[in-house]
Design a protein around this ligand. Structure first.
Ligand SMILES: NC(=O)c1ccc[n+]([C@@H]2O[C@H](COP(=O)([O-])OP(=O)(O)OC[C@H]3O[C@@H](n4cnc5c(N)ncnc54)[C@H](O)[C@@H]3O)[C@@H](O)[C@H]2O)c1
Length: 258
């Protein structure tokens, strides 16, 4: 067997791909030959990101919808006739931007829902809607972008961590059900990234605070979308065929530095 990272003839839906990590994965899968459906909640973001891929010779189409809206997700998958590769990347830190980290005991139940809606239920809607097409084709790839907060726990981020851990468990459980159809499902757990989501935090952090954060990373810098895209391509391709039901940290060595 020849190891192949070629995605020619494959279709891929990347959620929340209008910017940040999702945009990086979309660019890499498109460069490998996939036709990429660029999803985002913000239609202008999806359109601009798709245009960028097309401008460099990629095959791309914007597909704006809210991953928390079950009917919208079902409708989008119907419109494109299903996809071969689903990357569950859309996520939030409980609202726009980075609303801050609060001890769990100081949070109210009403504040937990925004974390769960996107980071857990969004993944549930997308996987549930995409799977029937993959099962029929006897081929599929599901990749869920989760967080080290969900993998190892993180103070002051309990609701976010719980939602991410739930999505990862859902992904691994589904892998058990569909491996026999040629479908793999894996998680990528990210450490601290520098993307629009966390930019406000990086922009206001003092050099001393930055040093404290980065000391926990063997590679002394935050991650960027390109750091994630290579593993996503491996998992999405033929090369990743015998890799499933796993969670892979991409985190500059964060956990071992603790
Ligand atoms: N930035 C970090 O430090 C970090 C760390 C660990 C994990 N992650 C995870 O990586 C993923 C990508 O994060 P990012 O930093 O690129 O974020 P980002 O905010 O820069 O980009 C996320 C995109 O998702 C879109 N989106 C949000 N809610 C949506 C919804 N309901 N439906 C469709 N699209 C939606 C947003 O409009 C945005 O364009 C997320 O799942 C996030 O939780 C990020």
């Amino acid at each position: 067997m020849t190891v192949s990272f070629d995605l020619t003839g494959r279709t891929a839906l990347i959620t929340g791909a209008g910017q940040g990590v999702g945009a990086g994965i979309a660019a890499t899968l498109a460069a490998a030959g996939a036709k990429v459906y660029v999803n985002d909640l913000v239609p202008a973001r999806a359109a601009a990101a798709a245009d960028e891929l097309i401008a460099v010779g990629g095959a791309a189409e914007p597909l704006a919808f809210d991953v928390t809206d079950h009917e919208a997700v079902v409708g989008a998958l119907q419109r494109v006739g299903g996809v071969d590769i689903l990357v569950n990347n859309a996520g939030n830190a409980g609202g726009d931007g980075w609303p801050g980290m609060v001890p769990f005991v100081q949070t109210a139940p009403s504040e937990w829902a925004p974390f769960l809606q996107v980071n857990l239920f969004g993944v549930m809607h997308c996987v549930h809607s995409a799977l029937p097409y993959m099962i029929e084709r006897r081929w599929g790839r599901i990749i869920t972008i989760m967080s080290d907060a969900g993998r190892v726990g993180e103070p002051n981020m309990a609701a976010y961590a719980a939602a991410k851990a739930g999505a990862a468990a859902l992904t691994r459980s589904v892998a058990h059900e569909v491996g026999r159809y040629g479908i793999t499902a894996n998680n990528i757990a990210l450490g601290t990234m520098r993307t629009p989501l966390s930019e406000a935090r990086w922009a206001t952090i003092t050099p001393e605070e930055s040093k404290v954060v980065l000391q926990r990373y063997l590679v002394r810098r935050p991650g960027n979308p390109d750091d994630v895209a290579g593993l996503a391509l491996f998992l999405a391709s033929g090369a990743g065929e015998w890799v499933t039901a796993q969670t892979y940290p991409v985190n500059g060595g964060y956990s071992v530095a603790l």
